[in-house]
Design a protein around this ligand. Structure first.
Ligand SMILES: [Zn+2]
Length: 171
């Protein structure tokens, strides 16, 4: 079950968790199951399935010969944070399972970010990301903080119907 944008859990800050606990492992299993049931999903955060914990799964699609390839494996991000690596903002096309049937072509995102999180085994992962990866990590980390991409729009009139966007991805 995916919660829509009226849910309390979706609008609250998620709690940090122990990356090596059984509870976290169980959340990850639920997330992967739910994410695999979504068409072309690239990310899913625990608040979206009603769990107010700081866990999300994501995968970065690759473009190959004009096709979009979705990796089979999901990356797991526990207690994730990000900071902008520069002031540069880019307008990205973006949709979300929690705001069904709509997308926007003009969601402002930092072009480059520094991110940090833990894997399920407790290994700290830090890096710098641009492009789709930066967008996905920002989108999912924002969910952990109770934000949806529609909060970032200057004008909700810029929302379009998802059915009009052919190559959409959902996060
Ligand atoms: Zn979303």
């Amino acid at each position: 079950m995916i919660l829509f944008f009226v849910g309390d859990v979706l609008r609250s800050r998620a709690e940090n968790v122990d990356p090596i606990s059984d509870e976290t492992k169980l959340i990850v299993e639920k997330l992967i199951k739910a994410a695999n049931s979504g068409k072309n999903a690239v990310g899913l955060a625990a608040p979206k399935i009603g769990i107010g914990k700081s866990v999300f799964v994501y995968r970065v699609p690759e473009r190959k010969d004009g096709a979009v390839i979705f990796p089979d494996e999901w990356e797991v991000a526990v207690n994730a944070t990000y900071q902008p690596a520069s002031d540069e903002i880019v307008m990205m096309s973006e949709g979300c399972f929690s705001v069904p049937h709509f997308y926007s072509r003009s969601v402002p995102r930092y072009k480059k970010i520094h991110y940090s999180y833990f894997t399920l085994g407790g290994t700290k992962v830090e890096g710098t990301a641009e492009g789709s990866k930066a967008q996905i990590i920002q989108h999912e980390t924002d969910h952990l903080n109770g934000f949806l991409y529609i909060d970032k729009l200057d004008d909700t009139g810029s929302l379009g119907k998802l059915s009009e966007l052919k190559k959409s991805t959902s996060k």
